[in-house]
Design a protein around this ligand. Sequence first.
Ligand code: HEC
Length: 503
Amino acid sequence: MPRLPLCLCVLCAALGLALLLLLLVPQPAAAAPPGANAPGSPGPVSFINDVAPILKENCFACHDAKKRKGKYDMTTFEGFQKGGDKAADGIVKTILPGKPEESHLLELLKAKDNSRMPPREAGDPLPAAKIKVIEQWIKEGAKLDQGLTAKADLLRELRVRWKPPAPPAAYKFPVAVTALAFTPDNKKLVVGGHHELTVWDVNAAKLEKRVRTRSERAYGMAFLPDGKLVVAGGRPGQEGDLKVYDLNGGTPKTENGVAVLDGVNDRAVMLKQLLEADDSVLCVAVSPDGKKLASGGCDRLVNVWDLSGGIANARLEQTIENHADWVFGVAFSPDGKRLLTASRDKTAKVWDLAAKESVLTFPDHQNYVYAVAVKGDGKLGYSVGEDNQLRTFNAAGEGKQVRASGGHSKPVFKVVLHPRQPLLATCSADMTVRLWNPDNGAAVRTLSGHTDWVYAVAFSPDGNLIASGSWNGEVRVWKVADGALVKAFNASPGYTPPAPVKK
Ligand code: HEC
């Protein structure tokens, strides 16, 4: 899906979720380099490098372990070879090594009638060049690459082989800021970039460090008590991960006067991978005592880790399947015993971590719920969503709505609590950040100046500053006390915004 030009996306902000989803759906990959041994080049066609990517792209949508259309699961080599219904009945041979003309699979790929695969209703036939790759591979004996087992999960094997690109030295387009966080010393901001995290000195509004990541985008960030950073992210539709970084680890290289860390390969920088998923991980939260960590994502699951033995000994404590759709937000109650969650299934929920059961469901948004927060005494929960509302509900009781606070004129993406004062912050597609009194729901202040959707908002740990990030890469930092703008900068390294158009 093409990324819409900025002007259009502002105009279309009313479309609400549709465009937010652009951030989450797969972007067309840059033209993949042809397999090293594709037809025409010397040497045999490789199953994993040449054939499997074609299957993943064109067939797995219907022939994975869940859907198994025609009782055909191709997500292992074994399953791919075996075939489905008709092969099981002995009517056909799916793949006959050395004999493409007798292989049912090729017959279906080339079919001109309704038997064609992928089916007509799913779109165009497979391009001839791709059919050729599969044909050639069968001709050469339909072999599995050395070092792979027939039962290996092909999605995972493809993921392992995928190499993240280096982030651009200078960005041609601004990066959509989907997550940011202040460092524990309040002086720096970590912002999600394109396959990297960027670290900015707030006072100087200056880029200090770039940390390469495997993840294309960061969707959530949380600092642990020891100063290590947990980042939830992914490559939309392809993979997701939850990783722990030491932004002061490793040996930085210097590029254009900026320190560059390798968070992809350097294990002194990327300390630990907590989760590997088939799609993006969208949110992360640390319990107030730092002993528990929770994440949620496109797989609808919420995972909770016990960190009491330190991050090196992090233990996956439970996996919660409580939502029917993507989990956009997680927040711990102050005592760490309950977890609030927000989902695309249009509900916020509260989960009892000890009893491992759902305590309540808050359905009042009747639309996508993007984020949740919970007050210091654990009694009041807050949620925001596609319905433009900040809603307060009884998180310790039956989940009845206490109030709905209107003010934002577009969907609200995040809600966060001030670390000390009774103050809530929200950010929205209406290009504003708003501060609220969590006790009575009253609007305290509106922070404006962004010129695009605001996706990310964070308080500094000392509570003096608030930062927000938007679709067009702009980060704005304000004083909490009076709303005065401290700094504004574009968090896309080397990016030069176009000159304003004269009217
Ligand atoms: C939109 C869903 C969809 C997609 C995409 C799709 N298929 Fe299918 N496929 C089906 C369905 C449904 C059947 C069962 C058809 C039947 O039994 O008549 C099937 C059956 C098959 C069979 C026969 C299995 C057997 O032994 O009975 C083969 C082989 C096959 N598909 C190959 C492929 C390949 C290769 C691709 C990718 C290039 C692909 N399909 C993409 C839906 C799909």
